[in-house]
Every structure is written in structure tokens, then in C-alpha cells.
Design a protein around this ligand. Structure first.
Ligand code: G6P
Length: 489
């Protein structure tokens, strides 16, 4: 009998748009979570009956949720939840993105933020309602199926859902395996306990409703175990293993396994995508624009944690301190729009544009444009940029994993030096061949950019091959398969 697998995440694998005539068209949803889960599922679909529960994110999605909009043949069936807009806005923007994301990435400007007052408690109540909507849908899908159901709940939007689902399943819970996976880092207890006590406890208790809790890197799993011990007073056993289980938490009489599952890339599929005509056309155009100059590339969402402003400042310092690169390097910075409903993100995008304009004004000559900033989402162009990069800059303040750091070496055509923040989860596996930097240290980052540009070709190619092999060693199918295997009785 086929296994039944349920996936739950805020953003689903498809998002809809209204055409001019009012018809709905679907297109693939964005982000590393969606890509990783979708590719992992594609590899196992023949042996499993899969469905994916997600939130409707727009009016077109809401319409699609009610009209059974057409799906691509062979696509995973998607159940979109039409959560009332006000509840969704409070849960997604105010709690998930403006509080939980900020906590896990250590993003607060603490003299001013956060301030947990009455308004926040209303937001928190909405977050609970949002999680309940997911738990209801999951229970509805799971109840009554005879084969053991495996439920894979994704990320900080759904931290309460594992416990809420377990409660709803009652006696059937023993036959259902529940896993939760965090694509973010996890904060140390001293920072985490900035959350109001009942909120910090509810998040941990909610996740511990799962049988298995996963993270991309050992550091994040260890911090989670620390929080369970310090904040909840739960019994914690730590063990070896990475990848694999790194500990167990006993809480309210239930044991939850905590494990590390690094997510890399499906290298053959990525390389095949990069051979398509649209990517090739961008490769040609970018090479023509660069001429014989070297290219420093970055590809990110315009996201506070991605540290785009310090990255640009480091490039400015490189040009200011090493005039030998004038006219010989171009920085291609792709920072595609993200979470534009959040004022901090809009202000950050403006800051990115501003500093880019300053760098251009300071160094541009009639024959040389030192910086190309593109604030738009263009996937084929991003792949092309990775293919032609001589240096790839990935300098997040903190990051659960980071896929670009892994995709870049896989896509690289002539070898690229990877300047990588030591605070990215990916640094745990790529540290041997990347140039690691402290993301706050602009001068160190500028020196690393210089080292990357000056690196001999043979060394750059050797390091790129090693980085690509590491990234390819944890493809999505393996990542997802390991989580499902951990739920087997
Ligand atoms: C990160 C999170 C994902 C999220 C993605 C894009 O990768 O871990 O859960 O989907 O960012 O963010 P968005 O808010 O646009 O879905």
C-alpha cells in the first residue's frame, strides 16, 4: 500500500494570478523551502500518495482555493487554506515575519524593538487561529486513512501546529508520524527569552508535539535543545550524530527526537536547467556586459538577514583600498523584492538602492560601471549570474542554511571563489573550501573579496569542485527521505 504523506507550509508550491480576462493561472511558488520540499517529493511520489497544505497568500490564491483552479499534470495536489485576511496578516506579517523571524536571526534593534504590548497579544491570538486552521486541515486529511500517515510541517509559521494536530488526532496519534522542520537558525536562550514567557513556551511546546524536529545545522539544533532545557525545564539528552539525531527532549511525558538534516541541491537537475535557452541567453549577455572584467555576484531576497548593505559597503571598501581593481571588476547584485508589506523591508530596500547609487557615483568612469543592482525576481538570470561569477558573495548575518552558496559552485562554469558568512548554516559543511567571514566585519569581507578575485585559476577551480561535491551530497530527495525514515515505527 502507498504511504500517505502530508506536507504543511505557509507558502505552497504554486501561486495564482488573475489574467486580463479574470481566469486564474498558476506558477511555481518561490523560496528555498518550496524548492527543497517539491524536489524531495518529486523523487518519492511514485511510492507515496502526497498532498500539500498551504495558505492562500493573495486574492487570486483565495479564488483558486474555492474554484479548484487547474493544476499541472503530475503536480502534487495542493489544498490552499483561505484564512481570513486579517488573521493571515497578523499571523504571517506581525508574528511569523516580524517577531519569530527576527528572534531566530537576531535582527532586533534592541534599544527600540521589540515591544510586546496589547497589540502584539492580539497578533499572537491570530497566530494561534492560523495554526489551528492548518491543524484542522491536516487532521481532516489524516483521519480515517488506514495506512500510517506521515506529516511534514515546515517552519516558524507553523510552530504550534504539531501539538494542535496531536491533540486533534487523539487516539489515532500513535499511528501518525509528525515531523517539524525549521529552515531558519535557532536563537540561543538568552536571546530567545526576549519573547513573552507564554509565547516562548508555547512555540517550544508546540514543536515538541512532533515526534521528530529537524534543523539544517547542528548549531541550530543545539540551541533548540538549550531552549527546551532552560525555558521549558524539559529533560534533554544530547548525543553525537550530524547528520542524524543529535538529542532527545522529554516533555509532558512525550519523547521528541531532534536531528540535523542538511539540505543541499539536486546538482544534475540544476545543471540541466542551466543548459536551457533562457539561461544561456543571459549568460551570453552577462559575459558581454562584463567583457574581460571579473564578476563579483550576489543573489538574495532583499532581506534584512542577508546583509546586503554590509556586502555593498565591503565592495566599496575594496574599491577604496585596492585601486588596482578599478576598471577590472563589476559587482552584480541581485536583490529581489521580499515581504514588501513589512515597513523594515521597504526601508531596507531603499537603503540598498541608496548605497548602490553612492558607490556608482563615487567610482564610475565613462568606460566602467562598477556596480549593477537589480531589484527584481528573475530566476533564469540569477542562474546565469551564478554560472559566470568569479566570486560569489554570501554574507548573511545568520541563515538557516543558504542555497545560493551551494547552487553557485554547482552552476559555476570556470570556477568561483565563495566568500561565505560563518553564520550561515551552510558554513558547517562548506568551511573547508569557502573563504569564511564574520558578516559584521566589513573590512574582513573586503579582504576576502580581494582574495577571491586574486585567487589563481587552478585553486579556484579545485575549491569550486569540492564545494559543488559537498552541495550535491545532500540532495532534496535524501533530505526528505531521512526525515520520513525517522518517522518509521
Ligand atoms: C525562508 C523561509 C521560508 C520562506 C522563504 C521566503 O526561506 O524559511 O519559510 O518561505 O524564506 O519567505 P516568504 O515570506 O516570501 O515566504
Amino acid at each position: 500500500m502507498k504511504k500517505r504523506v502530508l506536507v504543511a507550509s505557509n507558502r505552497g508550491p504554486v501561486s495564482y494570478e488573475f489574467g486580463a480576462d479574470g481566469t486564474l493561472t498558476g506558477r511555481r511558488g518561490g523560496g528555498g523551502l518550496v524548492a527543497g520540499v517539491a524536489e524531495g517529493l518529486a523523487a518519492m511520489t511514485p511510492e507515496a500518495e502526497v498532498s500539500w497544505i498551504c495558505a492562500a497568500l493573495s486574492d487570486a490564491d483565495r479564488a483558486a482555493a474555492h474554484t479548484r483552479a487547474p493544476e499541472e499534470p503530475g503536480a502534487v495536489p495542493v489544498r490552499m487554506l483561505d484564512i481570513p485576511p486579517e488573521i493571515f496578516d497578523r499571523a504571517y506579517n506581525n508574528v511569523a515575519n516580524c517577531v519569530l523571524w527576527f528572534v531566530q536571526h537576531l535582527l532586533f534593534d534592541t534599544p527600540n524593538q521589540p515591544r510586546f504590548g496589547r497589540e502584539f497579544h492580539r497578533d499572537w491570538a491570530a497566530y494561534r487561529v492560523y495554526n489551528e486552521a492548518f491543524a484542522d486541515a491536516m487532521a481532516d486529511e489524516a483521519v480515517g486513512t488506514s495506512a500510517g500517515v506521515r506529516v511534514l510541517i515546515q517552519d516558524y509559521h507553523l510552530s504550534l501546529a504539531p501539538r494542535l494536530l496531536r491533540d486533534r488526532l487523539g487516539g489515532q496519534a500513535a499511528e501518525v508520524g509528525i515531523a517539524h522542520f525549521s529552515h531558519t537558525p535557532w536563537a540561543p536562550p538568552d536571546y530567545y527569552r526576549m519573547l513573552p514567557a507564554e509565547v516562548g513556551e508555547a512555540v517550544l511546546d508546540g514543536m515538541l508535539g512532533a515526534d521528530h524536529v529537524g534543523f539544517h545545522a547542528r548549531r541550530w539544533a543545539a540551541a533548540f535543545l538549550d531552549c527546551c532545557e532552560v525555558i521549558l525545564g524539559a529533560r534533554v539528552n544530547r548525543s553525537g550524530g550530524d547528520p542524524g539525531p543529535v538529542g532527545r527532549v522529554v516533555h509532558r511525558g512525550k519523547v521528541t527526537e531532534v536531528a540535523v538534516h542538511p539540505l543541499g541541491v539536486d546538482a544534475p537537475a540544476l545543471r540541466a536547467r542551466a543548459r536551457a535557452g533562457d539561461v544561456r541567453a543571459h549568460v551570453t549577455a552577462l559575459r558581454r556586459a562584463a567583457g574581460d572584467r571579473k564578476l563579483i555576484v550576489r543573489v538574495d531576497r532583499t532581506e534584512l538577514s542577508k546583509n546586503v548593505v554590509r556586502g555593498l559597503t565591503a565592495y566599496r571598501e575594496l574599491l577604496a583600498t585596492r585601486p588596482e581593481w578599478h576598471g577590472r571588476v563589476v559587482h552584480l547584485a541581485f536583490a529581489y523584492p521580499s515581504r514588501e508589506a513589512v515597513p523594515e523591508y521597504r526601508a531596507y530596500t531603499e537603503q540598498v538602492r541608496q548605497i548602490a547609487a553612492e558607490i556608482t557615483a563615487e567610482f564610475r568612469t565613462p568606460l566602467w560601471n562598477p556596480l549593477i543592482l537589480e531589484v527584481k525576481d528573475d530566476y533564469p538570470r540569477s542562474l546565469a549570474a551564478c554560472a559566470v561569477a568569479d566570486v560569489l558573495l554570501v554574507n548573511p548575518i545568520r541563515d538557516g542554511m543558504n542555497l545560493v552558496a551551494q547552487e553557485g559552485p554547482v552552476l559555476s562554469e570556470r570556477g568561483c571563489a565563495l566568500v561565505l558568512s560563518r553564520e550561515a548554516g551552510a558554513a558547517a559543511t562548506l568551511d573547508g573550501d569557502a573563504l569564511l567571514v564574520n558578516p559584521y566585519d566589513v573590512s574582513e569581507t573586503a579582504v576576502a573579496l580581494h582574495r577571491g578575485l586574486a585567487m589563481p585559476d587552478a585553486e579556484r577551480r579545485r575549491r569550486t569542485e569540492a564545494l559543488a561535491a559537498t552541495a550535491a551530497a545532500s540532495p532534496p530527495a535524501l533530505w526528505l527521505g531521512a526525515q520520513l525514515a525517522s518517522l518509521d515505527p
